[in-house]
Design a protein around this ligand. Sequence first.
Ligand code: KIV
Ligand code: ZN
Length: 529
Amino acid sequence: MVDRILIFDTTLRDGEQTPGATLNVEQKLLIAQQLARLGVDIIEAGFPYASPGDFQAVQGIARVVGTENGPVICGLARATKQDIAACAEALKPAHRARIHTFIATSDIHLEYKLKKTRAEILQIVPEMVSYARSLVPDVEFSPEDAGRSDPEFLYQVLELAIEAGASTVNIPDTVGYTTPAEFGALIKGIKENVRNIDRAIISVHGHDDLGLAVANFLEAIKYGARQLECTINGIGERAGNAALEELVMALHVRRQYFNPFLGRPPESEAPLTNINLKEIYKTSRLVSNLTGIPVQPNKAIVGANAFAHESGIHQDGVLKHKRTYEIMDAESIGLTSNQIVLGKLSGRNAFRTRLQELGFHLTEQELNRAFVRFKELADKKREISDWDLAAIVNDETQHLPQAYKLEHVQVSCGDHALPTATVTVLTPEGEERTDAAVGTGPVDAVYKAINRVVNLPNQLIEFSVQSVTAGIDALGEVTIRIKHPSGVVYAGHAANTDIIVASARAYIHALNRLYFALSKEETAAVKAM
Ligand code: KIV
Ligand code: ZN
């Protein structure tokens, strides 16, 4: 039995189900490596049977991150033999591998989705859990839509799963429907009515449709839940999953409140999770940049305003005594106080050293590219902060294959001018093409000019600019989403002191994602045009 809370990160599985968040294998590996540094106990790396790309990603993460001292690497599988076999195969290189198998248990899912009876579920669950156990020693079972399942039926299913060898039983509130009191009562009921529950860890999984996922998990801990399934920045299907950073910081800041539920004296200082808090902010930025899903400014813990005090009364209070309005320090999640670290005269060594201190592990090639960007930035911006460095590094290590490359962008605009843009783009065939367009504004003109060269059908559905630091010379980070006529969404992200350049580069990123995702036939058709 565990005497602390296990953190199961599903950013790479449930988080990747966010529309437009598709990550390539290299990007998933980068995130998994950072999750290991963050100290998560289990990484759900993907759904191997879902696609060859997912299989490869799980296998790669199992090989590179699933080392002796690394986290448990987990793969998702429906309760079918093919899914479970593919999952076990992908997980083979991991030192500690877990198969997470699931099947729905709510009547609505049984009747309309699975078209199966309760009796059939009671037969499938033990069969598939023992099959998974014959392949790996660590098996987790989830009754999907547990939050809306009949508790009596749920108890029966869980008992059979544990009997068949599941060492973790996960209770998902799949549609984010339950309230904290109801979810707590559900866990209490499981603890009291599942005969063999002491042989398994109770885990919780929940979506944020009503904004209650984190609150539900915290309530569940009181009744015996010891594993939390969550994602960085709370990304995931629909309204997302419970946010890792919010759960971890709630358990840290309010440890005196939670300690007794884990049988500890309230004043115990022993951490409730294994998370290295100082890696939280960096992980949040990496996931946001690679998935192209921006973090809202007022997001708890990692939002740009999470530690900002705007009103005079608050500022005055904080100056008099920090704890008047601050319940935690920005430094605790790895944020520096925006200190000036490097400038125009800083050399390569200072740059490399600072990046190492910040915990960025770059290849020689990435370091070279980032250094060039740093020098360019230092020419325009006198003071380079840790936040700027993080933005540069994340921009230069996106690991997106480039089919189209932006060579040049120029705009002219103003209150009496027609916004006009000229762009030069290197095509996948190595041809340099220049074109121009007018638009309703400078960004519109740039996107129209790029469209004339790239010619991939899409609609811009989201565009956001965020400044990395304060000040007129700040780097601007642009995040966009485009939608292909098939309905699939692709994200793009870029940072530059010139937001028009950042906008153009973010668009090219998204177009490259779209280009590589298109079927071979479709790509060939585009080339022939
Ligand atoms: O939300 C859900 O029910 C899931 C399961 C696969 C655990 O993601
Ligand atoms: Zn889920």
